[in-house]
Design a protein around this ligand. Structure first.
Ligand code: SAM
Length: 245
């Protein structure tokens, strides 16, 4: 089953139990799950993720994982899931009205940063993460850093001409202090590359340039931490009214 799934062009590797758990929880089409010790994985599911325990138990098969992969995750499990269609993802991001912002990464370079941003977007309930440039936001190292949470939001590559609709708030240390602003739910929150910051093309599209508070002489924050602060300022998921009753 693994070799058959691995032969498909549209599958991604879910490396480790947490990535598998999140992917199943958020509706991924998981095609193969392997472990040296399937019973240990079933026990992990019973302990950490009873909501997907039955699915894990049904899917997991025995295999010598290191014969399939160069590196085995400490939880000893790996899975393959279908990567959603990019055009469908972009179409979803076109839809308005929007109840939560889209994060735009302008030519990011660091795969770990992009994964951390996907994880943040999933946690805050952002509508999605779009990237400009040549980095694949579904690269296996991005999916690993995102802990399988690509399936909990929408992740796609875009061009400057196919940015989703909405007012562009570009984050830049030279901008207006974020504390003076309310970020609307339909915002595109745009962040520059680690090396060069916001590109001239995206700057030209920006409706607002926004800065995060920072001491003089500090040049900038890390990309993913900037996204975290900005999403926190936006407000995050609306509290579930049922939970307060
Ligand atoms: C590592 S920084 C880029 C640094 C880059 N050398 C530059 O000249 O802008 C990556 C991105 O994080 C965001 N960022 C970092 N610090 C920020 C700050 N103090 N205010 C607003 N955005 C910030 C910006 O979007 C920036 O383009």
């Amino acid at each position: 089953m693994w070799r058959e799934a691995a032969g498909r062009k549209d599958v991604v590797l879910l490396d480790g139990f947490h990535a598998l758990k999140h992917a199943l929880r958020f509706g991924a089409d998981v095609r193969a799950v392997v472990a040296d010790d399937p019973d240990a994985v079933r026990a992990l599911a019973a302990e950490l993720a009873p909501d997907v325990e039955a699915e894990v138990a049904r899917l997991v098969g025995r295999a010598v994982v290191r014969s399939l992969l160069p590196r085995v995750h400490p939880t000893g499990v790996a899975a393959l899931a279908v990567r959603p269609d990019a055009a469908e993802g972009r179409a979803r991001l076109e839809r308005m009205p929007r109840t939560a912002p889209v994060v735009v990464l302008d030519n990011p370079r660091n795969l770990g940063n992009v994964g951390a941003v996907v994880r943040l977007a999933a946690g805050f309930g952002a509508t999605g993460v779009v990237t400009r440039g040549d980095l694949d936001p579904w690269h296996p190292n991005v999916v690993r850093a995102g802990a399988g949470l690509h399936y909990a939001t929408t992740v796609a590559g875009v061009d400057i001409d196919t940015l989703p609709p909405g007012p562009v708030y570009a984050l830049d240390p030279e901008g207006e202090d974020i504390r003076a602003l309310t970020l609307p739910d339909d915002a595109l929150l745009a962040f520059g590359s680690e090396r060069h910051g916001i590109s001239p093309e995206l700057r030209a599209r920006a409706d607002h340039l926004v800065s995060l508070p920072m001491r003089p002489q500090v040049s900038s924050y890390n990309l993913a931490t900037s996204v975290a602060m900005t999403l926190f300022h936006w407000g995050g998921p609306h509290p579930d009214p049922a939970a307060t009753v």
